[in-house]
Ligand binder design. Structure first.
Ligand SMILES: CSC[C@H]1O[C@H](OP(=O)(O)O)[C@H](O)[C@@H]1O
Length: 350
């Protein structure tokens, strides 16, 4: 499978600006927009015009490159301090997403390694690093797909949540990369697509991608997942991740933890597909991490129509945390990682 087959690109570097597929218009229209400032990148991430942990990391790297362009050719220390400030600002667009922190840290490492070089050269190297992060993600996601296929038995029903496809990455996707690779191996009987309330990444985006790749699918409301498992329609669950602690506790789009509990109750394998750039080895106890909450109107409105009493109190967390004991294994670009990860992760991250 190549991106050309699915004929879209979530993100593209075009000489002097970034072009993204504005995902808020999908599935109705494919609208590409150009970004050439850190403010535009921040806004696009915040408003989920570009969304999905890996692609957010890619966009953030280009955003930091944009952010330093206007910095006067000052001393290195001033330049580096300002770059750190801009990186911290970019992180505020989606603080839970580890891939964003990871890519910005890698960009800052590039800057610091060149502290004896002219500022102009540093800026050029930053662009080269962003493009490298982008290119690596394509290869990483292809490998995730190839590594995950062995876990899919013939004639499998696979349930997935949210959107984890080429839209959410530089290409291919993570969980959807496994699903589409398995489909190409003739192993997929049906993909069960959680609509993923309230932002509907499943119905708007995953169903759109699977239709482009001609993968058999059925879209359903999130609360139908339990019945599908009880009726024997689901052989495995594959989801994505936004941050993975050193113990393997996994932060993902709200509703993922539900599926892990349901899969455990029905003795169904539950896999997380993610690049190792999603792993936060500095985070052991996931309860320390403050989960983001999103705007109430995402819950109180549907298609711009109010569907709840005015001013009702709302609980709208962006993510939930799946404890590692509910995860069968992680599917990564370096292979399959089983529970009790610390040493495994370190071995893979080394
Ligand atoms: C390869 S997608 C990984 C991650 O990104 C998605 O973000 P969002 O829900 O904001 O579209 C989702 O959380 C997946 O877990």
């Amino acid at each position: 499978m190549s991106q050309e087959d699915s004929s879209f690109q979530s993100i593209r570097w075009d000489d002097d600006h970034l072009t993204i597929l504005d995902q808020t218009f999908l599935p109705d229209r494919e609208v590409y927009i150009d970004l050439d400032s850190v403010g535009q990148v921040w806004d696009a991430i915040k408003k989920q015009k570009v969304r999905g942990a890996p692609v957010i990391g890619i966009a953030g790297a280009y955003g930091l490159y944009f952010g330093v362009q206007d910095l006067a050719d000052s001393t290195f220390q001033t330049f580096y301090s300002e770059a750190q400030r801009i990186a911290d600002y970019i992180k505020t667009a989606q603080p839970t997403v580890m891939n964003l922190s990871w890519s910005l840290k890698r960009m800052l490492t590039t800057i610091y390694a060149l502290k004896e070089e002219p500022i102009a050269d540093i800026k050029q190297k930053m662009l080269e690093t962003a493009i490298t992060i982008h290119d690596e993600d394509r290869r990483t996601c292809k490998s995730i797909g190839e590594n995950g296929v062995e876990l899919v038995q013939k004639d499998s029903g696979i349930l997935t949540h949210d959107n984890t496809g080429g839209l959410a990455t530089g290409e291919y996707g993570t969980a959807l990369s496994v699903i589409i690779h398995a489909h190409e191996d003739g192993k997929v009987k049906m993909v069960w697509v959680n609509e993923t309330r309230p932002l509907l990444q499943g119905s708007r985006l995953t169903a759109w991608e699977l239709k482009k790749s001609e993968v058999p699918q059925k879209l359903h409301i999130d609360s139908a997942a339990a019945s599908l498992m009880k009726n024997g329609e689901v052989d495995l669950v594959i989801v994505g991740a936004d941050r993975i602690s050193s113990r393997g506790d996994t932060f993902s789009r709200i509703g993922t933890y539900n599926l892990a509990v349901l899969a455990d109750a029905h003795d169904i394998p539950f896999y997380v597909a993610a690049p190792l750039s999603t792993v936060d080895m500095d985070l052991e106890d996931s309860s320390e991490f403050e989960l983001e909450e999103r705007e109430p109107d995402e819950v109180t409105h549907f298609a711009n129509k109010e569907t709840a009493p005015a001013k009702v109190d709302v609980y709208n967390p962006a993510f939930d945390i799946t404890p590692h004991h509910l995860i069968t294994a992680f599917i990564t670009e370096k292979g399959i990682i089983k529970p009790e990860f610390n040493e495994n992760f370190e071995g893979f991250l080394g």
